[in-house]
Write a protein that binds this ligand. Structure first.
Ligand code: PMP
Length: 382
């Protein structure tokens, strides 16, 4: 970082670092929860063809409303979650990171609060900082489930504009059961919002970045969108859909929430290349998602394997995960484990509460390398 002191950087940003996990050139990267399996060659061909087709039109701005893509997400969610939503209830952006930022820009701001349940995704406080929204947190239970009594009490007393829950949660993998989603929604529908008019209620944002990895048959919060105008469900193509490099996230919500986001979005925020590439991949939805079942099995096998191991005479604890990563601990010196794994070419993530580590599911070969490296490191650490 090199920011001269005579630059008028915002006072509250002085000393801040850009967010991001290390991008290191190592053989086994299991640190940013990507799908390790690349698009198949025929999918890559379709993407290239579709982008070639629109290349001669790139002198023009893209469809600001990205209608074709919103229709494609409507079809995708109808199949994936069993709920049909209108184009007006869908919206896309450059990753669900941008979706979240637009939500904070529209509903947060000076005098407004956002409430969430920690440990959770570490970008949320940054969106809050960037939009001058007060960030309020309630700790999760020891098993990383949400403490529902404390959560409902906080919604009442904090009077946030936004309540954020991640399901499955990052970094812990913890799902939010449907009855709890409904209870949080009911609490929001009865609560007031500090800094807003009377009769205004908080929105509940459910971040379902990893939801395709959940146990098959479990409903998604998308199934509640048609009945709840204060619910927003954020999704992404970056994880299960194996498309992190394309930067496409989207949201399912009442038209009122989408129209609020449309006020703060940049004009033409989603490039024609991005829209086309997203549509091309959605033509191959089944192929793009074909590795999800295997990654789920990899997760179950990895969780079981890690729980069978001991560290300093005690069993390693593995948090219940419905995601494509596993959170495990605790280690007296997690930096040691992290660094020794890195020396062996395996990059994982040291994130969240002290002593815990997160490993994302890789290919079978990558997981074999992880397992043998971890056994060596564990031996050293005893
Ligand atoms: N939400 C959660 C919970 C995440 O873990 C991530 C990525 N790590 C995102 C949102 C953002 O993903 P993207 O911008 O790639 O859609």
């Amino acid at each position: 970082m090199s920011i001269p002191a005579n630059l008028p950087l915002r006072n509250d940003l002085k000393g801040e670092e850009p967010y991001g996990a290390p991008q290191l050139d190592v053989p086994v990267c299991l640190n940013v929860n990507e799908n390790p399996y690349p698009p198949a060659p025929d999918v890559a061909d379709t993407i290239a063809e579709r982008v070639r087709e629109i290349a001669p039109t790139l002198n023009r701005y893209p469809d600001r409303e990205h209608i074709a893509l919103r229709k494609a997400f409507s079809d995708y969610l109808a199949k994936e979650s069993g709920t049909r939503l209108a184009v007006e209830q869908l919206w896309a952006a450059n990753g669900s990171n941008e979706i979240m930022l637009q939500l904070f820009q529209a509903f947060g701001g000076p005098g407004r609060k956002a409430l969430s349940f920690t440990p959770t995704y570490s970008m949320y406080p940054e969106y809050a900082r960037d939009t001058f929204t007060e960030w309020v947190t309630v700790p999760r239970n020891d098993d990383f489930t949400i403490n529902m009594d404390a959560a409902i009490e906080a919604i009442k007393t904090v009077k946030p504009a936004m309540v954020l829950v991640t399901s499955p949660n990052n970094p812990t993998g913890t799902p939010l059961p449907m009855d709890q989603t409904k209870a949080l929604l009911a609490a929001c529908e009865q609560a007031d919002v500090d800094g807003a008019d009377e009769g205004v209620h908080p929105i509940l944002v459910v971040d379902e970045a990893y939801v395709e990895f959940r146990t098959p048959g479990v409903p998604s919060a998308v199934s509640l969108v048609n009945e709840h105008p204060n619910l927003a469900v954020s999704r992404t193509m970056s994880k299960a859909f194996a498309y992190a490099g394309a930067r496409v996230g989207y949201i399912a919500a009442d038209q009122g929430i989408i129209d609020s986001m449309r006020i703060v979005r940049m004009p033409y925020h989603l490039s024609a290349v991005t829209q086309t590439a997203a549509l091309a991949a959605l033509e191959h939805t089944d192929e793009q998602l074909s590795t999800v079942a295997h990654l789920r099995e990899t997760r179950e096998a990895t969780a079981e394997w890690l729980s069978s191991l001991t560290y300093k005479g005690r069993n390693i604890t593995v948090a219940h995960s419905e995601s494509n990563f596993v959170y495990f601990g605790t280690f007296d010196d997690r930096d040691f484990i992290f660094n020794e794994l890195l020396k062996r070419g395996v990059l994982i993530r040291d994130v969240g509460p002290e002593g815990w580590l997160r490993v994302c599911m890789g290919t079978d070969e990558e997981m074999a390398t992880f397992r043998s490296a971890f056994l060596e490191v564990l031996e050293l650490a005893q």
